[in-house]
Design a protein around this ligand. Structure first.
Ligand SMILES: NC(=O)c1ccc[n+]([C@@H]2O[C@H](COP(=O)([O-])OP(=O)(O)OC[C@H]3O[C@@H](n4cnc5c(N)ncnc54)[C@H](OP(=O)(O)O)[C@@H]3O)[C@@H](O)[C@H]2O)c1
Length: 342
């Protein structure tokens, strides 16, 4: 059972790098990547070097005549076809990671990921979108979705299936909000994320937004998505500050709890939660970008930065690698899906 990826962007490249280099994902095989304007030579260079992530130290070679790229021990076919209906997916590609950001809305004809199922002779059994689903497309997340086994069973019982893997900010928010709610009850909650730059921002003021060199106030879908993934109705709102920082994002959760809590009780709750193995605890004695880079957890919580006001208002501060942290947790979902596709 092999995987194909549509898109060669920041997220897709971190997914490829993790599969090629991280033991946790050693049993995954990527058979094909489909890009748009990126040549195979540029793809090699971008897999080797990244402004946000540094030098990957992977062994990346090109077999130009076969249009293949070999990343460590993964031999991957490279195609460049922009129209989903025309991509020639190899017959061994049974699960597709849709990572262009363009095809994730099942209510619209143009941006519907299901367009891939019309491609010639494809053997696709399902698609997982590496982004929040739109137009009614459900999002699932390992450890977070309360009925993930049941939900996957339902979604995957009808092939070919499609669902989403939520966003990087949702992936970082869920462990904090869910743990606080399980242990202390959340009366109301406000999320603030200070997000690293992404390619959806404009270099300077343009048709689609203001310059990435300013700090921009932006809505975040993570509040709604968090409740959807958790199947909860926590009163939750929030804002995203979009910055020009190149690596890593901050998260702050400001919650009024139903019970009084101490800092020690809150930390203990995180350490025994179902998210415990996906949370790390950095020390803030060096610039954040130097230690956040490459962190494969859902979120890093800064213990020294937990503040309690008046006994029941808690402020948790943390960080997440919006590229690698997201890619890793998304791949955990892909592993689970593949294990059920035998
Ligand atoms: N970056 C993050 O921090 C992050 C984290 C979590 C989730 N996500 C989600 O992941 C998705 C991708 O984000 P990203 O940051 O990786 O974006 P990105 O770096 O802009 O990459 C998008 C890629 O898709 C390619 N593409 C666009 N249209 C295509 C088409 N019709 N056929 C084939 N390839 C096409 C682009 O090709 P060109 O090279 O020609 O432009 C580019 O390689 C988004 O939905 C985003 O919300 C991003």
């Amino acid at each position: 059972m092999k995987v194909g990826i549509n898109g060669t962007g920041l997220t897709a490249r971190e997914i490829i790098k993790l599969v090629a280099s991280n033991d946790e994902f050693a049993d995954l095989q990527i058979a094909q990547i489909n890009g748009r304007s990126m040549t195979i030579e540029t793809l090699r260079d971008r897999l080797l070097y990244s402004t946000a992530q540094g030098h990957s130290k992977l062994n990346v070679e090109i077999k130009k005549e076969k249009s293949e790229i070999v990343v460590n021990n993964q031999t991957i076919k490279y195609t460049q076809t922009t129209t989903p209906e025309k991509i020639e997916w190899l017959p061994e590609v049974n699960l597709l990671i849709e990572s262009t950001g363009k095809f994730r809305d099942i209510s619209k004809e143009d941006s519907n990921p299901r367009r891939h199922f019309k491609s010639p002779n494809n053997k696709l059994r399902g698609i997982v979108v590496s982004a929040p689903g739109k137009g009614g497309l459900e999002d699932l997340m390992v450890a977070a979705s309360p009925n993930i086994e049941e939900d996957l069973g339902k979604i995957m019982s009808t092939e070919p299936f499609v669902f989403g893997g939520a966003s990087c900010t949702t992936t970082a928010t869920v462990p904090i909000v869910d743990t606080l709610d399980e242990h202390f009850g959340i009366e109301s909650c406000y999320l603030t994320t200070i997000h690293a730059v992404t390619r959806s921002q404009e270099l300077l003021d343009g048709a689609h937004g203001w310059s990435a060199f300013d700090t921009l106030l932006h809505t975040t879908g993570a509040t709604k998505a968090t409740n959807e993934v958790l199947k909860k109705k926590i009163p939750l709102d929030g804002i995203a500050y979009r910055t020009s920082d190149k690596a890593g994002s901050f998260i702050q959760i400001d919650a009024v709890l139903k019970k009084q809590a101490t800092k020690e009780e809150i930390l203990a709750a995180f350490k025994k939660s179902k998210y415990a193995k996906y949370i790390s605890y950095p020390k803030v004695d060096c610039p954040p970008s130097s230690y956040i880079r490459g962190d494969t957890n859902m979120v890093m919580i800064i213990p020294e930065q937990i503040t309690i006001v008046n006994g029941n208002r808690v402020i948790i501060r943390g960080l997440y690698d919006n590229e690698v942290g997201y890619a890793a947790h998304f791949l955990r979902l892909i592993k689970l899906v593949l294990s059920k596709m035998k």
